[in-house]
Each structure stands twice: as C-alpha cells, then as structure tokens.
Design a protein around this ligand. Structure first.
Ligand code: NDP
Length: 291
C-alpha cells in the first residue's frame, strides 16, 4: 500500500504533483482555495476537502504548494499541525523558509522545505532532469523519500531549512543572467535580419561550451587563488568589452543588460587585479549586513 498524503494548492505546479502521486497509486487528499480548480482531480481518485484544516487532518504527510510564503501562512493559520510532517514546496527566500520551519516546529510539526527545479511538464516525467532541493528535517526526508521521489528527483542539501531555497534561488539567479545574455545576443542580430532559428544552435552550443568555467571558478574560490589556470585574464576581458559595447551601439541595441557586469569587471581591474580570472568580481558583490 502506498503512503497517503495531503496536498494544499492545485495551481499549475500542484496539479502536476497531484497527477504524479495519483498515477503512482498514492491516496491523495486535496484542498485548493478555488475548489473548481481541484475538481478535475476527483475523477482521478483524489479526495477533495472544503477546508485546509480538514485536508490536513486527513494525512500525516502534508505537502503545500501555494503562491508564496505569506499564502502558506494564511492557508495554515489556525490549522492543527501537531504530529504532522509538513513539506513546503512553495518557492520563497532562505529566511522565509527558516522562519516557516520555526513556525511549523512551534506548532508541533516536523518541517522540510523544498525548491522545485522543474516546470510542471517535467513533473512525473522520468528522465526530464527535473528535481527538488530539500532541506530541514532529515528524519522527515528519510521517512518519506519514496513518496517525495515520485514527482521528481530529490536532493537533500542540509538540515538548515533555508538551504533548499538558497540553492534554488542561486540557480534561478544564474539562469536570469544567462537569459539576459541571450536576450542581448538576439537583439544584436535583429538589425541585420539574421534568422533567430539559424543562430539558436550556435548560441546554445556556445553557452554549453562556456559552462566548464563554473568549475574553474569554484576551484579558484575554494583555493583562494584567482590566478589559477587563467585562460583569459581580467585585463584582456575588460579590453574586449569595449568591442561588445561598440557593437551594441552599431546595432542600435541598448547595452543596459551588459553594463552592470562590465562595470564590476572594470572596478576589479582598477583594483590592480588584471592578471586574475573574472572570479574576483564575486568579491565586489559582497555587501555588509544591513540588518
Ligand atoms: P499558480 O499561480 O498556478 O497557483 C497558485 C496557487 O496558490 C493556487 O493553488 C492558488 O489558489 C493558490 N493561492 C494563491 N493565493 C492564495 C491565497 N491568498 N490563499 C490561498 N491560496 C492561494 O502557481 P504554481 O502552481 O505554478 O506555483 C505554486 C508554487 O510552485 C509557487 O511557489 C511557484 O514558485 C512554485 N514553482 C512553480 C513552477 C512553475 O513552473 N509553475 C516551477 C517551480 C516552482 P487558487 O486556485 O484559488 O487561485
């Protein structure tokens, strides 16, 4: 027999999660603020509840996938969580996850936070590469690993409840920079009518070819030596950046996506670090605590 569980939230992601658990034969209790959005799941065997409190009462394992952290607080306000294993798959910040963990523990629940590295179509699709970062209660994770592994791969990253969100947001932030670069590249081609579909394989291939730098930067950071195995040093890259900016001008494309990063490289160079890799930029990003 499969472990029964409760799911709060049947938006795009919650619905995908529900399908995967129902498909694998797990009895599923469901609540959604707008009941009509959960209704189709009943035909697949989910038991629908009119209140979050009743849905939570139905199972020991409770998975929450709502819009944001404050929605989680709202939905679970006044709900009896004693003895529950609460898994929060709602995207939030590390600090939100940590305080949500304390909040859950104060209500007598074990808590595990999750950061979903997948879009809904990747959920329950074997080999899609989607997975979920987990952090918080290792006991909860171990107890329910089989259920948690149904929708996507699982990766436990620490007892600190904030670590899943930290890893999640770090990946999303890097992705944001990559998408910014892709946007700029396509914009450059527009004036000369280079067909995006022809350029796309070159762009994707180039980004892939550059990713090993991630490992090099990691080695340089951990060894505290930014001059180790440098291929293109900072002085050379800053000199080259003038060409990037001039080309943007020639192509009548705004350089606003490039400028903040190039400015950091210049600041690092001005600090006398021309022989280093571009890794030193990371040091310039550290800010004193404002708390
Ligand atoms: P949707 O917008 O599709 O669904 C949002 C859900 O939150 C719905 O169940 C909605 O209920 C509920 N909700 C919103 N406001 C309230 C409220 N005030 N009280 C109660 N319930 C509320 O979002 P997703 O399902 O896509 O996302 C859910 C979580 O999963 C988010 O944290 C998202 O960041 C995360 N995620 C999503 C991914 C994606 O690609 N979709 C990828 C990775 C993570 P109602 O139906 O009543 O509006």
């Amino acid at each position: 027999t499969r472990t029964p569980l409760t799911l709060l939230g049947t938006g795009a992601m919650g619905t995908a999660l529900a399908h995967s658990w129902l498909g694998a034969g797990h009895p599923l209790a469901v609540w959604n603020r707008t009941p009509s959005r959960a209704q189709p799941l009943a035909a697949q065997g989910a038991e629908l509840f009119a209140s979050a409190a009743d849905a939570v009462a139905a199972s020991r394992l409770v998975v929450v996938c709502l819009l944001d952290d404050s929605t989680v607080g709202e939905a679970l306000a006044g709900v009896d969580l004693r003895g529950k294993d609460l898994v929060n798959l709602t995207t939030g910040t590390p600090a939100q996850a940590r305080s949500r963990a304390e909040w859950a523990q104060a209500r007598g629940a074990r808590f595990l936070d999750g950061g979903i590295m997948a879009v809904p179509p990747m959920i329950g699709a074997a080999g899609s590469g989607g997975y979920v970062f987990y952090s918080g209660s290792r006991t909860l994770f171990d107890t329910h690993q089989e259920v948690l592994a149904v929708p996507a791969g699982t990766l436990f990253v620490g007892a600190d409840a904030g670590f899943a969100a930290l890893h999640d947001v770090a990946l999303l932030s890097a992705m944001t920079g990559m998408f910014a670069g892709v946007a700029h590249a396509f914009a450059l081609l527009r004036k000369d009518n280079v067909p995006p579909r022809e350029f796309a394989p070159l762009l994707a291939g180039w980004l892939t070819a550059m990713t090993p730098w991630v490992h090099k930067a990691a080695d340089q950071l951990q060894d505290g030596d930014y001059t180790k195995d440098v291929v293109s040093n900072l002085a050379m890259q800053v000199a080259g950046s003038a060409t990037l900016l001039r080309t943007a001008e020639e192509q009548q494309v705004s350089s606003e996506l490039l400028v903040p990063y190039l400015a950091l490289m210049e600041r690092r160079l001005a600090g006398g670090h021309g022989e280093e890799d571009i890794t030193g930029v990371i040091d310039l990003l550290a800010r004193p605590s404002v708390a």
